[in-house]
Ligand binder design. Structure first.
Ligand SMILES: [Zn+2]
Length: 327
């Protein structure tokens, strides 16, 4: 049974099988005329069963229900087109729409494959993994095109609640949080998570996603958030958490810089192997491929930020990009 968090606002925990995230929080606001769902789940049978049974318990009729998506990741967006019926509107950040369907999505994924190659992944791993990378196979229907754009400051009113979109780039190119001023409540998507630190990777057409993320954390910390509703797991002390996340990345930047100093001319793949990761695994070589993918992405975003702040230099003259500290 979905939990009622405040009057007419519910949380459905959508099971994410085989994911270290465990569950996705899908929030439902019941209005007098229309309802709103914030985030959905992977496009799998298990996620769909879990979400739809929650929606059924709440008596949600999709004809009178809209969906807002905090960001493009498939654990948030995957099911949206599948559960929609004529009458359902699906909203997502304007800048993330190209990632959602058709040729632009295919092109961006193809560019990702090149990024993986240039970061120094051994080719046997690339061949085996990329084509059926789990988050891709569980992504939303590539044919569905009817997304409506969200811009910073847009307002959504359902029942007694008004949600204002707050653009918080970093975790994804144009992630959105949703702020309910009167209730001092923020839907934080994956911008602020409490039990895990959100993954920050490099994105095409984004110069410095870690820089964006840190700026978005400082910006959102100015809101008087009394209750944060995150995309995964449980809530916690919002302001304490934003400070912790900033500190966490500062420590990681230092660790990353030390690895570049200690192992000059290494690839991002090798540098990631020198950093510490919270995962129960003997050595870098034993990491599951999917975890290596996240780790290298995370490492790349830190390397880029170090590059943008003048601490290291990337040599892009060969296929695999190598890094060296500047002194
Ligand atoms: Zn995410």
């Amino acid at each position: 049974m979905p939990e009622e968090l405040m009057k007419n606002i519910y949380r459905i925990r959508v099971n994410l099988p085989d994911s270290p995230l465990k569950t996705l929080n899908s929030y439902v606001i019941k209005g007098e005329r229309r309802n709103l769902i914030v985030d959905t789940g992977f496009r799998t049978r298990e996620c769909r069963g879990s979400l739809e049974s929650g929606l059924k318990d709440l008596g949600i009729d999709m004809e009178n229900t809209d969906i807002v998506l905090t960001h493009l990741h498939s654990d948030h967006t995957g099911l949206a087109p599948d559960i929609a019926v004529p009458g359902t509107r699906i909203f997502i950040s304007r800048e993330e729409i190209p990632w959602m369907y058709g040729e632009t999505r295919t092109m961006l994924w193809r560019m990702d494959n090149i990024k993986v190659r240039r970061s120094g992944f051994p080719s046997e791993i690339i061949e085996k993994y990329l084509d059926d990378a789990a988050p891709r196979s569980m992504a939303s229907d590539i044919e569905f095109e009817d997304y409506l754009p969200i811009d910073d400051g847009d307002e959504f009113t359902y029942g007694e609640y008004t949600l204002k979109a707050v653009r918080t780039p970093g975790h994804t190119p144009a992630h959105m949080c949703f702020w309910m001023e009167e209730q001092k409540t923020m839907f934080t998507g994956d911008h602020v998570l409490f039990d895990i630190s959100p993954n920050i990777t490099l994105w095409h057409f984004v110069e410095d996603s870690l820089g964006d993320y840190l700026n978005s954390l400082k910006m959102i910390d100015r809101y008087d958030v009394r209750l944060a509703l995150p995309g995964h797991r449980e809530t916690g002390n919002f302001h304490e958490r934003t400070a912790q996340l900033i500190e966490h990345h500062e420590r990681r930047l230092e660790e990353c810089l030390n690895a570049v100093i200690g192992y000059p001319d290494s690839s991002a793949y090798d540098i990631a192997g020198k950093m510490t990761w919270k995962i129960r695994c003997g050595s870098w070589d034993d990491f599951p491929i999917s975890q290596k993918w996240f780790a290298v992405g995370e490492c790349l975003s830190h390397l880029r930020h170090l590059e943008m702040t003048g601490k290291i230099k990337a040599d892009e003259s060969r296929e695999v990009i190598r890094f060296r500290a500047l002194r």
